[in-house]
Design a protein around this ligand. Structure first.
Ligand SMILES: Cc1cc2nc3c(=O)[nH]c(=O)nc-3n(C[C@H](O)[C@H](O)[C@H](O)COP(=O)(O)O)c2cc1C
Length: 186
């Protein structure tokens, strides 16, 4: 069983909607159990529980929200070093395209790296000139199908990696999938 945690903060619901789509994608791989929790709902036990995490925050001044940072800052120090080798990825909503979403994703990934998570990007093109290379990003709420699919693909990829690397299911490796990952390339 792949244990997937979607952990997010959202002031106005946009990142929350992304989180639901990431969860939807994660469930596309058989054997995935998903917990989709806000920073107010999640505890350190959820972090210990998971094999893989998708971390989502609104972009606030080009970086993570203080609520997201606080969640990590308040973790018990003895939990540090317990997540080495787990898989991690990131997503963020900002007010505008180019509003700093990828900077936020990189900061989220940096937090995960500090905890020993193996972080990944997604090479797929989910639409023409549209890819979640450094994590799924969105301006406002996810409305367009390509944005929604980018969130689903991130979650699916997380489940694919967890199933492959943690449970030895080679048929779940991204390169073994039969959907067209680069249909829109070019
Ligand atoms: C304190 C604060 C700082 C913000 N900083 C940025 C920013 O740097 N770039 C941007 O494009 N939008 C910025 N925004 C807008 C939010 O990122 C945007 O509304 C986002 O969709 C909110 O996501 P949420 O609904 O999950 O809270 C900021 C909003 C707030 C409240």
């Amino acid at each position: 069983m792949s244990k997937i945690l979607i952990l997010f903060h959202s002031n106005d619901g946009n990142t929350a909607k992304m989180a639901e789509l990431v969860a939807e994608g994660a469930k596309q791989i058989e054997g995935a159990t998903v917990r989709c929790l806000t920073v107010d709902e999640a505890s350190h036990e959820d972090l210990i529980w998971c094999d893989g995490i998708a971390l989502g925050s609104p972009t606030n001044y080009g970086t993570v929200s203080h609520q997201m940072k606080m969640w990590w800052d308040k973790l018990p120090p003895e939990g540090w070093g317990q997540s080495d080798g787990k898989i991690g990825c990131a997503f963020s909503s900002a007010g505008a395209w180019g509003g700093g979403q990828e900077l936020t994703c990189m900061t989220l990934l940096t937090i995960l790296m500090n905890y020993g998570f193996l972080t990944f990007g997604v090479t797929d093109y989910v639409d023409k000139q549209f890819s979640p290379h450094y994590g799924s990003i969105c301006a406002g709420e996810p409305r367009e199908e390509k944005v929604k699919e980018s969130c689903r693909r991130l979650g699916r990829r997380l489940s694919e990696w967890v199933s492959t690397l943690h449970h030895g299911n080679k048929h779940h490796h991204p390169l073994a999938q039969d959907y067209d990952r680069f249909k829109h390339l070019g």
